[in-house]
Write a protein that binds this ligand. Structure first.
Ligand code: 6PG
Length: 247
């Protein structure tokens, strides 16, 4: 089941995203011991993470029962400004009472391929449900202006991977060396939440969500290939990013 919501501006988008995330955590922790979330990188989620770590929202859930993963990581030091771990640590993890052994950083110091193999094994061993592909409770995704998600860029053969859950890739933008979840890992999630803001994303958003005349050719953009099987897909966009949608 998928839904698309358009918010008036980036602050409203971030607040709405924080509330979707918290509702999801509360609902799952009401019936299970722990909650697994895959954090997104880039710049969009920073404000959402800040809302989660502030005021009433911060105290709404037992953060010690939340298990943190990443959708992708750049092969840079953890204190580097381009590090997705650094983004999450500064805006969220350092501000909520989490358990360090439930923070599963992608260990890129091992190099992209080695880090991907270790991350793949860690996910498979994390007890994320039964069956061939582990199921995250919630995967947060941003989208690039080219329609990329995580570090799955248009035309990259990694988009065709069907078995591995994480792979090393070379991105067409800096930082080039990265580790990313693959589509099987993302599409096994119980809920995928897209956060997309800004005019620069409007064309890609229209090609993914727009009227048939606008939609990308079959196979489409990486974002078009995020179709969680029998799970929820929620898109939150601001009015700028949604300019090409007929909603
Ligand atoms: C990354 C992200 C990437 C990001 C998009 C959007 O590591 O860069 O995983 O997929 O979500 O590029 O980035 P912005 O939020 O900065 O627009």
């Amino acid at each position: 089941m998928s839904s698309v919501r358009v918010l008036s501006d980036s602050r409203s988008l971030s607040a709405a995203a924080a509330d979707v995330i918290l509702r999801e955590i509360e609902e799952v922790l009401g019936r299970r011991q722990r909650f697994s979330i895959v954090l997104s990188g880039g710049s969009t989620p920073r404000e959402t993470y800040g809302f989660l770590a502030s005021g009433r929202r911060r105290t709404r859930v037992d953060w010690s029962r939340v298990e943190f993963f990443w959708g992708d990581e750049r092969c840079v030091p953890t204190e580097h400004p381009e590090s997705n771990y650094a983004l999450a640590w500064q805006s969220l993890l350092s501000r909520v009472p989490h358990l360090p052994d439930k923070v599963h950083r992608i260990e890129v110091e091992a190099g992209a391929e080695g880090a991907a193999e270790r991350y793949d094994a860690l996910i498979r061993g994390a007890g994320l449900g039964v069956g061939r592909v582990p199921r995250f409770d919630l995967v947060l995704l941003g989208m690039g202006a080219d329609g990329h998600v995580a570090s799955l860029f248009p035309g990259d053969p990694v988009l065709e991977e069907r078995v591995r859950l994480a792979m090393g890739v070379r991105a067409p933008v800096e930082p080039v060396e990265r580790v990313t979840l693959t589509l099987p890992a993302i599409n096994a999630a119980r809920h995928v939440l897209f956060l997309v803001q800004g005019t620069v994303k409007a064309r890609a958003a229209a090609r993914v969500l727009g009227p048939p005349s606008e939609r990308a050719e079959s196979g489409g953009l990486p974002a078009s290939r995020v179709r969680p099987t029998s799970a929820r897909l929620t898109w939150l966009l601001d009015t700028e990013a949604a300019a090409g949608l007929q909603i």
